[in-house]
Design a protein around this ligand. Structure first.
Ligand SMILES: [Zn+2]
Length: 589
């Protein structure tokens, strides 16, 4: 891009819809859906770093952070180890936004403004959900694309990205209800898109606009919150069932999400390999259902664990995403009283043994992961809890606390599980709630005690809030965030090893509600190199490890490793060129 200091449009209006016009709404069969195809030339996305070709749509890009002199990052196959491309059909959207998102992020709002925000968001989300591409619509579009047809005219071209007003220290954490509404509306706008267009938007926001510089591989994670936030169960969302009660809409089953993700991985070979979600409650429910209908019944379900195994072994997925703040401990649920779980559990036939059954479901997952060298990403911050319960002492306990890294010690102490590959996502959280130092200290202690413990620096709004003033670089908030990591977390001998366990992640699309979200990669990369020094291999090598080498190790991408071998077989099965995988052979530092 010619101008490093691109001027931005200012305004709060929702961005133009990137996914489709309203003619795509409603029930459409494949033929009708594809009837809108035009003969326009497909956009070439085969380049090693196609993100730069899409960068023109970036609203916020702080390109000056990475300039021509930054040879240390040139050719580095950056890995975004924590991101998302799901849409609102893949999560219990209304419940997620009103029960998890608004309480978590609108912290500075008064109770009345919080209610105003929640109802505003609910109304908006209900309307937006009706326009969100369903499983069937996206599958039809992806089938056509994979058959060599060009993109639907309505979807062709660069995705437009959310725009925010510029100003100092603006963040969705702000006290202004308008800021919050804008931020969440922009997030919802992304959540109503086609998943593969969300991937293109993700790619565009992470572009660095320099030759051979940018993200080589994204590992978008699914999440499975339906049982904890909604009703769970068997029925699927479909285009026609919205009715008037959008909040009862269920997410697409994980197996369906896996099917779409695999097609997206094939569409962008070498650039996208997903993390499949695992919900232990779903596994308990599936096993109960299968036991009830009996062996060989046509009504038997593919279980949550079977979906994970299929995604990893056969469908080009790299890892598994777990979300303990929904309400379960990584292990040791058997010791919790039934009242420590959500009320909806009482209506299930397995309520009495729930804790024990959860533990069995989780152990089954961990054993599969260790045997097959599969990394697990677990939410690792005191945030995004699905609710609270009252303990025996009458104290209110937020489910967010079940994400505490200490809870994982029980898992790693199990015979045969000490080598589990684990990423504590968010490194104890971006917002210092007072608990953060203790969470981080625990993560450090776990890194020192076990061989494969990682953490990612995803979604730190302070990297963005004052990142750039237009007259120079001003990254004091980012520096304040990184200094303690160097001075405390990476101090001492342990720091050498710990520096090899830090992962880069954006947490986009969740990040898109921050006002300068597109600055994340340049600011984090630049500031990490500047501020993390004096440990391990020096500033440049530390930054390269953080952005690429560490994740290559976590994901098992190097030649001869199990994940790499599985991916090579998957590429061969789909007639894809495995060359992009070789980018990770040279890395290792
Ligand atoms: Zn995330």
């Amino acid at each position: 891009m010619s101008a490093d200091f691109e001027e931005l449009s200012v305004g709060f209006e929702p961005r133009p819809r990137m996914n489709a016009d309203n003619s795509l709404s409603g029930l459409l069969d494949r033929r009708a859906l594809l009837g809108g195809l035009t003969a326009m030339a497909g956009a070439g996305l085969a380049a090693a770093f196609p993100g730069s070709a899409l960068a023109a749509g970036d609203p916020n890009a702080c390109r000056s952070m990475i300039g021509p002199k930054d040879t240390w990052i040139r050719g580095l196959p950056v890995i975004d180890a924590h991101c998302h491309i799901f849409n609102a059909r893949d999560i219990p959207a209304i419940h997620f936004i009103t029960k998890v998102f608004v309480p978590q992020y609108a912290v500075n709002l008064s109770a009345a403004n919080k209610r105003r925000l929640a109802s505003e968001i609910s109304d908006f989300a209900s309307q937006a959900l009706g326009r969100t591409p369903s499983f069937e619509q996206e599958r039809a579009v992806l089938e056509a694309r994979l058959a060599g047809e060009p993109e639907l005219a309505a979807l062709a071209g660069s995705p437009a990205l959310p725009k925010f007003a510029r100003g100092s220290d603006r963040s969705s954490f702000g006290a202004d209800v308008a800021d919050n509404i804008t931020a969440v509306r922009n997030l919802i706008a992304i959540l109503t898109g086609f998943r593969h267009k969300n991937f293109e938007a993700l790619s565009a926001t992470n572009a660095l606009s320099r030759p051979d510089t940018g993200v080589a591989l994204f590992t978008p994670a699914m999440v499975d919150m339906d049982f904890w936030l909604g009703a769970g169960g068997e029925s699927e969302s479909s285009v026609g069932d919205l009715g008037t009660d959008a909040s009862s809409l269920r997410q697409n089953a994980p197996a369906r999400q896996v099917e779409l993700m695999e097609m997206i991985q094939r569409l962008y070979p070498g650039r996208c390999h997903g993390f499949v979600s695992f919900c232990p409650w779903r596994q308990v429910d599936d096993l109960h259902h299968n036991a009830t209908v009996g062996e060989g019944s046509g009504r038997r379900r593919q279980t949550a664990l079977e979906t994970v195994q299929d995604a990893i072994l056969n469908r080009g997925f790299l890892g598994v995403k777990l979300y303990p703040p929904m309400g379960f401990a990584p292990l040791g649920n058997a010791a919790l009283p039934p009242g420590a779980f959500p009320d909806a559990l009482a209506d299930t036939p397995y309520a009495r043994d729930f804790g024990t059954l959860l533990d069995e479901a989780l152990l089954g997952l961990y054993r599969f992961c260790v045997t097959n060298d599969v990394p697990v990403m677990a939410h690792g911050a005191p945030s995004n809890g699905a609710g609270a319960f009252t303990n025996s002492a009458g104290r209110k306990m937020d489910y967010a606390l079940r994400a505490h890294p200490e809870g994982w010690r029980k898992v790693l102490e199990q015979p045969g599980l000490s080598a589990l590959k684990l990423n504590f996502a968010h490194f104890g959280g971006s917002r210092d709630t007072g608990e953060r130092p203790e969470w981080r200290a625990t993560i450090g202690a776990m890194m020192d005690a076990y061989p494969n413990i990682y953490t990612d620096l995803s979604h730190y709004p302070e990297m963005l809030m004052d990142s750039y003033t237009g007259t120079g670089q001003r990254c004091s908030a980012a520096a304040r965030a990184l200094d303690p990591i160097r001075k405390e977390f990476l101090k001492s001998e342990a720091g050498v090893k710990r520096a090899r366990r830090m992962l880069y992640g954006s947490d986009w699309s969740m990040l898109s509600k921050e006002f300068y979200y597109a600055d994340y990669l340049p600011v984090v990369a630049h500031m990490y190199r500047r501020k993390i020094y004096g440990v391990g291999q020096g500033a440049e090598k530390n930054a390269q490890a953080f952005l690429s080498y560490n994740a290559a190790e976590f994901l098992g991408l190097r030649a001869g490793e199990k994940a790499r071998t599985r991916l090579e077989a998957w590429y061969a099965r789909h007639g894809l060129d495995p060359a992009p995988l070789r980018r990770f052979d040279a890395v290792g530092g």
